[in-house]
Design a protein around this ligand. Structure first.
Ligand SMILES: Cc1ncc(COP(=O)(O)O)c(C=O)c1O
Length: 377
């Protein structure tokens, strides 16, 4: 089976799995316990924290281990909004964020916060001018994703950070779940103030992630209990998850492999472009591992089933957030023509893919188009 759904989740790396099992076997003690075994677990936990912060270029930063990207996004959006409530109640985000940001925003609106949603163009790109015009003295949080999970658009995060810093006192959070390991992500000088990372998107394990942020600006905790993670996330910390995440992050640092993804993406785009009645959702500024396409009056599920029967796993554009088969909010936001809306599929590469997989995809794609009676002249 050829697996091309790496934006939904990736296959865990062998080394990551080994670390996870080893740590669970040998360092299973509670890191909050004061006996020797507890201290050893705590040492491992803190070493993982240090490694992650150093990868993010922020050795003096801070981070909270979470159950994944969803929890980290919730903690960031709601936790920072509550932490800075005395300064204002205005928040800015985009209309194409992951539901873990959008639904948190919706909740904040019920709590008296005012949220502005930046629009995107047909490539899924926000306008920095619009961002600038929306910033107000009472803006306390801005949350803008780095790479969109459905169509791969890269937002101009560094420019956003600069504008936000020049024109407001708002905290700038970026959901970097789809970009970490594919593009440089950092909490250094001109980057965002806080980033979300999820382990299972980078060949780590499901149920593990982080919210990392600059020191001295902690969010307000959303859960209550024993006060672990310096009071920011109560509950016994999963040391093996932390070690496994640090390992996944180390091995997924941007490397040569990314060049291959970019080549495969270009190759696929060139192959598909001549076909009639297919739209390639290929933003100019896009992550190397995501290609979404839309078929004219063919349901995405029909295409997915055809590929599945021919040994290739692809997904509808929003498969990582729900099983919904109707056009998602991103497809609506970019204004895709009605006749293409329900025919979107997403191909996303991961480290277990090889070029031959792309070749086989092309062959199956050609058969599918022939079946639909659509040519490529
Ligand atoms: C951009 C983005 N943010 C957040 C998430 C949520 O991450 P998790 O599955 O770890 O909760 C996902 C994946 O579903 C995603 O693609």
């Amino acid at each position: 089976m050829i697996y091309f759904d790496n934006s939904a989740t990736t296959c865990p790396d062998e080394g990551v799995l080994t670390s996870f099992i080893e740590v669970n076997k040998r360092f299973f003690a509670n890191p909050a316990s004061i006996h020797l075994a507890g201290k050893q677990a705590e040492t491992l936990l803190e070493k993982s924290r240090e490694q992650i912060l150093s990868i993010l270029g922020a050795p003096d930063g801070d981070l909270v281990f979470t159950s994944g990207g969803t929890e980290a996004n919730n903690l960031s959006v709601i936790g920072f909004a509550r932490a800075f409530r005395s300064r204002g109640n205005h928040i800015i985000t985009t209309e194409i964020e992951h539901p873990s940001v959008l639904n948190a925003m919706e909740y904040l609106e019920t709590q008296g916060f005012v949220v502005d949603y930046l629009t995107v163009d047909e490539q899924g790109l926000i306008s920095v001018e619009e961002l600038k015009s929306k910033l107000r003295p009472e803006t306390i949080v801005v949350s803008i994703m780095h790479v969109n999970n459905e169509i791969g658009t890269i937002q101009p995060i560094a420019e956003c950070a600069r504008i936000i810093k020049e024109h407001s006192r708002a905290l700038f959070h970026s959901d970097t779940v789809q970009s970490f390991g594919k593009l440089p992500v950092s909490l250094k000088g001109d980057g965002p103030d806080a980033v979300t990372i999820s382990a299972h998107k980078i060949n780590g394990l499901k149920g593990s992630g982080i919210l990392a942020f600059r020191r001295g600006i902690p969010p307000q905790a959303l859960n209550f209990g024993g006060g672990q993670e310096r009071g920011l996330r109560s509950g016994t910390v999963a040391v093996a998850d932390a070690v496994a995440l640090a390992k996944a992050m180390r091995i997924s640092m941007v490397d040569e492999e990314q060049k291959e993804f970019r080549q495969w993406r270009n190759r696929l785009i060139d192959f598909i472009a001549p076909y009639d009645d297919v739209v390639i959702l290929a933003p100019d500024q896009a992550a190397p591992h995501i290609v979404s396409i839309a078929f004219y009056r063919v349901k995405g599920e029909v295409a997915i089933n055809f590929f599945q029967e021919n040994g290739i796993t692809v997904s509808t554009s929003s498969a990582c957030s729900s099983k919904s088969t109707t056009a998602g909010h991103v497809i609506e936001a970019i204004g895709l023509a009605e006749k293409y809306k329900n025919g979107v599929i997403r191909i996303s590469f991961g480290k277990n893919n090889i070029e031959q997989h792309v070749v086989e995809f092309e062959q199956v794609f050609a058969r599918f188009m022939a079946l639909l009676g659509r040519g490529n002249d």
